[in-house]
Design a protein around this ligand. Structure first.
Ligand SMILES: Cc1ncc(COP(=O)(O)O)c(C=O)c1O
Length: 383
């Protein structure tokens, strides 16, 4: 257990809720979930599924119609051929990180991962007995991985490289050319890619590219994707992994058998409706996020001492607060306790997040403006 990390967003949310119970008003910019409701046709499909008797266990890897719909979706969007047997459906996408690391990593195996990055990567690498090898995401490169630097970290013990584009927490997106360079350089090795593409639909000025789309790479890549962010379904717990081989899908399914048995049946039926149904609500949500992104980046850059790059995907901004000479975690605490604004310290995403804060703009423009204004007042008093 001492090797297992955590996701600070849930802890900050709990602290913020406690302050609210004491009567304080808190602006929530910490948690990473759309503030939209799940589109109505997906909700209707779930209700109908319950009325139709989807009350029991399903196959551990998921119901065949959902695995088929996922295989079709991924084949079309990533321009590769994926079969339903390669798909494993899980309660949320997070278990795909957990199970993949357990299935692949042995003692001392090295795993390269983005830092700042989703904290569960480092946690799971360590838990599985592996050695986490961070690749820094630097502001000068708009927080993209420096492929040359990454390649310099590859050793004969490197087992997996974790990619996450668009990235949580920085909103950066890797270029197709960068992924092609990476794939070409490692073509003759046994290194596997773990490509977390959960924000692939939430992209603004770019079409996200998957390393699995590079010829020869789908046999070497686990794709993580899901429903939480794209369809505003975080509470439904529905995600999936597309495995490079049926053999690995079978191993991951065995971990499902040992842990969850299966994902909730009616949720899976709703997942089919999500993939096959009208995507207009998704497009509208992404357009709303784009408007908020542009506003919040402008407001943050208007605060003396703060600078903020324009993210290309997800729904987070990662402003630089180095001018205030305080640790990010200290500033995040002050913002919560004194200004009533819940944000995350950049270091909640790894050591290279020092000097930054993460704000989620998956909330209304009014609350965003209030949060940034309060942040400006507090920071103004520190200079
Ligand atoms: C990068 C990344 N991967 C995976 C997940 C997990 O998603 P889910 O809620 O479907 O488990 C998240 C959720 O915050 C995320 O940000």
């Amino acid at each position: 257990m001492s090797r297992l990390g955590t996701e600070t967003a849930f802890e900050v949310l709990a602290k913020a809720k406690q302050l609210e119970r004491q009567g304080r008003k808190i602006v929530h910019l910490e948690i990473g979930e759309p503030d939209f409701s799940t589109p109505a046709h997906i909700v209707d499909a779930a209700v109908q599924a319950l009325h139709d008797g989807w009350h029991h266990y399903t196959a551990s890897a998921g119901i065949p119609p959902l695995r088929e719909a996922i295989a079709e979706t991924i084949s079309a969007s990533r321009k590769i051929t994926v079969t339903p047997e390669q798909v494993v459906v899980t309660p949320g996408a997070k278990p795909i990180i957990f199970f993949s690391m357990l299935a692949l990593i042995g003692d001392g195996d090295e795993v390269i991962y983005p830092n700042p990055g989703f904290p569960i990567y480092e946690s799971m690498i360590r838990f599985a007995g592996g050695k986490p090898v961070p690749v820094p995401l630097r502001e000068e490169l708009d927080f993209r991985m420096d492929v040359k630097e990454l390649l310099g970290l590859v050793t004969p013990r490197t087992k997996v490289i974790i990619l996450n584009s668009p990235n949580n927490p920085t909103g950066s997106a890797l270029e197709a050319s960068e992924l092609e360079t990476l794939a070409t350089a490692l073509r003759d090795t046994d290194v596997l890619f773990f490509s977390d593409e959960i924000y692939s639909h939430i992209a603004y000025d770019c079409a996200p590219f998957s390393i699995a789309s590079v010829p020869g790479m789908k046999e070497r890549t686990i794709i993580l994707d899901g429903f939480s962010k794209t369809y505003a379904m975080t509470g439904w717990r529905l995600g999936y992994g597309v495995m490079p081989s049926v053999a690995l899908a079978d191993q991951v399914t065995r971990l499902m058998v040992n842990s969850n048995s299966c994902t909730a049946a009616f949720t899976q039926v709703a997942g089919v409706a999500a993939l096959k149904g009208d995507h207009t609500p998704v497009r509208q949500m992404v357009e709303t996020f784009r408007t908020r992104r542009d506003k919040v980046v402008g407001w943050l850059n208007g605060l003396p001492g703060v600078s903020c790059r324009t993210p290309r995907g997800a729904f987070y901004v990662f402003p630089n607060i180095k001018n205030f000479g305080r640790q990010s975690s200290e500033l995040a605490d002050l913002l919560l306790n004194q200004a009533g604004v819940a944000v995350l310290s950049g270091t909640a995403f790894g050591a290279y997040g020092e000097g930054y804060l993460r704000l989620s703009y998956a909330t209304s423009l009014e609350l965003l403006q209030e949060g940034v204004t309060k942040m400006g007042e507090l920071l103004g008093g520190l200079r």
